[in-house]
Design a protein around this ligand. Structure first.
Ligand SMILES: [Zn+2]
Length: 129
């Protein structure tokens, strides 16, 4: 018996890879439309679309990692500082749609624990100089 994937399995894998591409393209297009950092407020780009629920977590829970509801426009500095945990984004700055995405993906309690661990509870808003 051959251990090579069947042609049907290979064809399914190809279809999956193809299906993933438009979502990523839409994500990039949405990032290109960002005009203001949703965390610090700067209008100086470039900007990126941040995964409020991190990509790995979305994949782990079998969600759509390119669902635009989970996106948040950030300047490179805020994006870097979030992922390095140097300066986490305040919970209050998270877009409502992204919080709703998190609740749909993992349920209310788990979403609050997840977001509470990754984002800052402080309510003071940070503004770009
Ligand atoms: Zn920023």
């Amino acid at each position: 018996m051959s251990l090579r994937p069947s042609s049907a399995a290979r064809s399914r894998a190809r279809a999956k890879a193809k299906a993933a591409a438009p979502g990523q393209a839409a994500w990039r297009a949405a990032a290109a439309r960002v005009r203001r950092c949703e965390s610090c407020g700067t209008r100086r780009g470039p900007f990126q679309l941040h995964h409020v629920v991190y990509k790995a977590e979305v994949r782990r829970r079998r969600g759509d990692q390119w669902d635009l509801a989970n996106g948040m426009g950030l300047c490179l500095s805020c994006h870097y500082d979030q992922h390095s945990r140097k300066r986490p984004i305040p919970l209050a700055a998270l877009p409502a749609a992204a919080v709703e995405f998190a609740v749909r993906l993992m349920g209310e309690d788990a979403a609050h624990v997840y977001l509470g661990r990754r984002y800052a509870a402080e309510t003071t808003t940070r503004r770009a100089a």
